[in-house]
Design a protein. Structure first.
Length: 307
């Protein structure tokens, strides 16, 4: 793992820096490239603009590691309200949630109850709920919660991380459920004993997992190709074509503010593209992890700030 990536991931987990750095104007200005604003209305306006250009969206309210019941309920109420606003404004968007936002660290039963409410609300407006994946210590519990929700809800998906050595085994265990999978590379600091340390290893595993998903994702489920790596995207498209997997068999799920030119190009070529729009006040740890995914982004941000 490179020094820049290691440093950024350390910063993302440092509580003192989490509190201090967002107060700097240049930091707030830099993050605006990656999120349209802190409020739901900001996210909805951005979603409508993208929708007019043929790109649909996924909405996520930033936050994690909630440790009191009131806040976990408030987050749940917020997502239920989001489903109402999606219908009201005719926005074609999925929801994406972290289980620690819903109280997983506090009480797993409470977390499941909160997620059930969100899934029911999403079902009422015929949209999807994606369960995000967090640090490796949460993987087993997250998978168990997903399996329970999948037994009652068709439109619920789970995120898997290609940098974890265990992910191929986890995917194999999920396949009997006809799962919907969002495949990411991974954005947390993990020891080499459980995670691939080299980019080439992560890329190889990502392609191998993608090949499995192209072959096994059934009609009605979703394989979300969640990467901005153009070389990987090209190879996955080639593998799909080789297997006769049409464009409806998978979709690209990319981040707001990153490779928007590629998102528009893919949408123009007839691929399904979903842009993940993040919003909310708890943005700093998320922002640092976004930079750590590709430390070259730091220089891009600095160049734009200086210009």
């Amino acid at each position: 793992m490179g020094l820049a990536r290691t440093a950024l991931l350390w910063i993302s987990e440092n509580r003192a820096l989490r509190r201090a750095l967002p107060n700097y104007r240049f930091i707030r200005r830099a993050v605006s490239r990656f999120m349209p604003g802190e409020e739901l209305d900001d996210a909805l306006e951005a979603a409508l603009g993208l929708q007019r250009g043929g790109i649909r969206t996924i909405l996520t309210r930033l936050g994690e590691n909630v440790l009191d019941r009131r806040t976990a309920r408030e987050v749940t109420d917020h997502y239920v309200e989001v489903t109402r606003r999606l219908r009201e404004r005719s926005v074609d968007s999925y929801l994406s949630v972290k289980l620690t936002q819903l109280g997983l660290d506090l009480d797993e039963a409470l977390c499941r109850e909160n997620l059930e409410r969100i899934c029911n609300a999403a079902e009422d407006v015929d949209t999807w709920v994606w369960i995000d994946m967090e640090q490796s210590t949460y993987v087993d519990r997250t998978l168990e919660v997903y399996k329970e929700m999948r037994s009652r809800h068709r439109k619920v998906g789970i995120c898997l991380q290609a940098y974890l050595r265990r992910t191929a085994r986890d995917l194999e265990g999920l396949l009997p459920l006809s799962p919907s999978i969002r495949l990411v590379k991974g954005a947390y600091k993990e020891p080499a004993s459980i995670a691939f340390a080299k980019r080439a290893e992560v890329d190889r595993n990502y392609l191998a997992l993608s090949t499995t998903l192209l072959e096994t994702t059934p009609q009605g489920a979703i394989f979300g190709v969640a990467t901005h790596d153009q070389a990987l995207i090209d190879r996955i498209i080639a593998e799909a074509n080789k297997r006769g997997a049409g464009k409806s068999r998978y979709e690209f799920q990319m981040l707001y503010g990153i490779r928007m030119d590629a998102q528009r190009r893919l949408a123009g070529e007839g691929y399904s593209v979903r842009c993940l729009i993040s919003y909310g006040s708890y943005w700093f740890p998320w922002y640092a992890r976004r930079l750590a995914e590709r430390p070259a982004n730091v220089w891009f941000v600095l160049k734009n700030l200086l210009s």
